[in-house]
Design a protein around this ligand. Structure first.
Ligand code: PLP
Length: 464
């Protein structure tokens, strides 16, 4: 067996529809070839995101029934607080409705105009929340982390030399905190090693700069440490997680990933002085600190999910399922980012469709084709998402990579579903030369990929 089979059996089923190809083509046309605008119930396998799409366990569903909806002092909050303290060791636990609110609270309390926040790679909401304070969000991932074919076990690592230079040139006055995202979502879901987190901790410690983890996928990261980092094979993932969190001063968390829930998050930290500031803001924008924008039942689901995600049978299956999809595509010659990350396989659309120029959105071409022919929803992470006009020169600026992300929801799809996905991508690769580029017909001034409308070039014009 290439990876462990599902360590769960199915008790409740949710039907998914395989609508006819003509209907899919019609829906795509109506959506302006934008997959965000296609209704989800017309999608067969939805790999748009791993965030908020997990299947909850019977224990989590049962937990909803013991939700205590008291405005203040809900028992579910105390349970969540204990769970997070046990896993992280942090004293203060502030629930939030999702990860970006934890970021908003943290940066509002700690970051000021003109300052710099370093990270391996900021996720887009993290970047937006840093920038909303008038500060700079600086990515310092190692060189290998930017190279789609470099094979490195911890491509999410921070370049500690660059961090050290930043800190020595600016000091704490200019760098109010440093962050590390585990795993590094914007860099392909690549893990960060314990040795790297320790080195960052030491560098930050020399300048008195606090370190926070963006911990959305902490359990997957810890599983990679157990698998790949010398000295960790015999440790439990729970022990590894405790060591990891122990190297930082706090964390932001979107529990929509490794919390195994559909909504929820938290901010956790040790500093007593930070608590008052955060709570005062929380009261204004989110709610009382024992519910933080969530129902009591959501807090219970999150507490139970955080326990379940550390189950090593689950993690072995989870990371193995994603890896197996990546390796199957690789064996068939489909170009993708190496090595496979924790939550998604990233197909390299520019190498997949070398005849489609960046200006014609090769990633989106592949996304459209996977839905029209196979009912699969993937997402473009490339020229459509990040391309823009340079405000000074008016020239089009394109990102370094055009990727198509196949994000795998947790505990949702079976190995047969994944085989279907692999065969569909491979079949598309075999007929790649027949695919045509796309032309943008409408774009919004910001975050254009959500609402853009496109159309296919006529055969003669494509690739020109
Ligand atoms: C690394 C990372 N940080 C932060 C967030 C934001 O979390 P949320 O969507 O719960 O606001 C995400 C969401 O995808 C993420 O992947």
């Amino acid at each position: 067996m290439r990876f462990p089979a599902e360590p769960f059996r199915i008790k409740v089923v949710e039907p998914i529809r395989f609508v006819a190809r003509e209907e899919r083509a019609r829906l795509l046309e109506k959506a302006g070839l934008n997959i965000f605008l296609v209704p989800a119930d017309s999608i067969y396998i939805d790999l748009l995101t791993d965030s908020g799409t997990s299947a909850m366990s019977d224990q989590q569903w049962a937990g909803l029934m013991v939700g205590d909806e008291s405005y203040a002092g809900s028992r579910n909050f105390y349970r969540l607080e204990k769970t997070v303290r046990d896993i992280t060791g942090y004293r203060h636990v502030i629930p939030t409705h999702q990860g970006r609110m934890a970021e908003n609270l943290l940066f509002s309390a700690m970051v000021r105009r003109g300052q710099i926040v370093p990270n391996n790679c900021h996720f887009d909401t993290t970047r937006a929340n840093v920038e909303a304070q008038g500060a700079e969000a600086l990515d310092l991932v190692i060189e290998e982390g930017l190279d789609p074919v470099a094979d490195h076990p911890f491509k999410g690592n921070v370049d500690v030399g660059k961090l050290d230079r930043l800190l020595s040139a600016n000091g704490r006055a200019k760098v109010p905190l440093a962050m590390i995202t585990v795993t590094n979502n914007s860099g392909g879901g690549q893990p960060v090693s314990m040795a790297n987190v320790r080195a960052v901790r030491e560098a930050c410690g020399r300048y008195g700069v606090p370190l926070f983890l963006d911990a959305c996928r902490f359990a997957e990261n810890c599983w990679f440490i157990k698998e790949r980092e010398p000295g960790y094979a015999e440790k439990s993932v729970r022990e590894i997680a405790r060591e990891l969190f122990g190297l930082a001063d706090g964390c932001t968390m979107s529990a929509k990933k490794d919390g195994l829930v559909n909504i929820g998050g938290f901010l956790a930290f040790n500093a007593d002085a930070l608590e008052e500031q955060v709570v005062n803001l929380l009261l204004r924008v989110e709610g009382f600190p024992t519910y933080g924008g969530l129902a009591g039942r959501d807090l219970e689901g999150m507490a139970r999910g955080l326990g379940e995600v550390l189950d090593e049978d689950y993690l072995g299956f989870r990371v193995g399922q994603v890896r197996h999809l990546g390796e199957t595509l690789d064996a068939a010659g489909v170009p993708s980012v190496k090595p496979v990350g924790g939550h998604a396989v990233y197909v390299d659309a520019r190498r997949f469709l070398p005849h489609v120029p960046q200006a014609q959105f090769p990633g989106q071409v592949l996304v459209v084709e996977l839905y029209r022919e196979f009912g699969i929803r993937a997402v473009e992470v490339g020229s459509l998402m990040f391309g823009h006009k340079d405000p000074q020169t008016g020239q089009d600026v394109y990102p370094k990579l055009d990727l198509v992300r196949l994000a795998i929801p947790r505990r949702v799809y079976t190995s047969e579903h994944m085989r279907y996905v692999a065969e569909s991508v491979i079949a598309t690769h075999l007929r790649r030369e027949s695919l045509r580029g796309l032309k943008l017909e409408y774009e919004a001034p910001v975050l254009r990929h959500f609402t853009a409308r496109l159309r296919e070039f006529e055969p003669a014009a494509a690739g020109t």
